[in-house]
Design a protein around this ligand. Structure first.
Ligand code: ATP
Ligand code: MG
Length: 213
């Protein structure tokens, strides 16, 4: 039987055990639908009472443009070495250990394309944290410290043509010209997408895009 959204809700609800907090990761290529899936899950889980699920995007750990310029990496923003991977892993560790106080996560502002510290509060009541991003299953460098902080990692998968179409549309929505959007998606984004695709086999569950239909 094909996987349904209700199956995902059941599986997510079962993750926190013994009164503790669980962390669920959602990985996948750029534009695969990770943020949409995380938002839909958290909204559905919180829908019937006091909030107990929180959404923490990996996107908040983008290095700021000022640092990317200093490193000479601004032209490949979005690649694994343009994030503070160690900072992300440290936040995930804090989310596991410091469950008696609010833990603040950084957000990512899509128009400015900059991280913003202290944007996302995770309160003690959050017994499930859903975190999502491209590189949760990468084993290179500090990224390797991410997976051990997570209870499960799901991999968001979508048809490649559809993924590219969505990404171009989103870049245009946030101000890029069509040709610039296509060039970015076929260049920088595609290299990252190919790398993320190699991590699929390490996922606990593959979630096809039509689960959200
Ligand atoms: N299941 C779906 N069906 C149709 N459209 C979708 C679906 N999931 C996501 N989208 C659309 O595709 C685009 C990309 O989705 P989303 O932002 O969730 O992907 P993402 O994996 O978080 O991307 P990024 O890696 O860039 O953060 C968005 O415009 C979103 O509205
Ligand atoms: Mg996203």
């Amino acid at each position: 039987m094909p996987l349904t959204f209700d199956d995902l809700l059941l599986r997510a609800r079962a993750l926190p055990r013994d009164g503790g907090r669980a962390l669920l990761g959602i990985a996948g290529s750029p534009g695969a639908g990770k943020t949409t899936l995380a938002e839909r899950l958290v909204a559905a889980l919180n829908g019937d009472g006091p909030p107990w699920a929180a959404h923490v995007p990996m996107d908040g750990f983008h290095l700021a443009d000022v640092e990317l310029d200093r490193l000479g990496r601004r032209d490949r923003k979005g690649a694994p070495d343009t994030f503070d991977a160690g900072g992300y892993a440290a936040l995930l560790r804090r989310l596991r250990e410091e469950t008696d106080d609010v833990v603040y996560a950084p957000g990512f502002e899509r128009v400015l394309e900059q991280p913003i510290a202290g944007a996302i509060p995770v309160p003690p009541q959050a017994r499930l944290v859903v975190t999502e991003g491209n590189y949760l299953l990468l084993q290179e460098g500090s990224w390797a410290r991410v997976r051990p902080c997570l209870d499960e990692v799901w991999f968001c998968e979508v048809d490649e043509e559809e993924r590219i179409r969505r990404l171009v549309a989103r870049h245009e929505e946030f101000g890029k010209e069509h040709t610039a959007a296509v060039a970015w998606v076929r260049g920088t984004d595609q290299r990252n997408a190919d790398l993320v695709a190699t991590t699929r086999e390490r996922a606990d569950l593959v979630v096809p895009a039509d689960v959200l239909r």
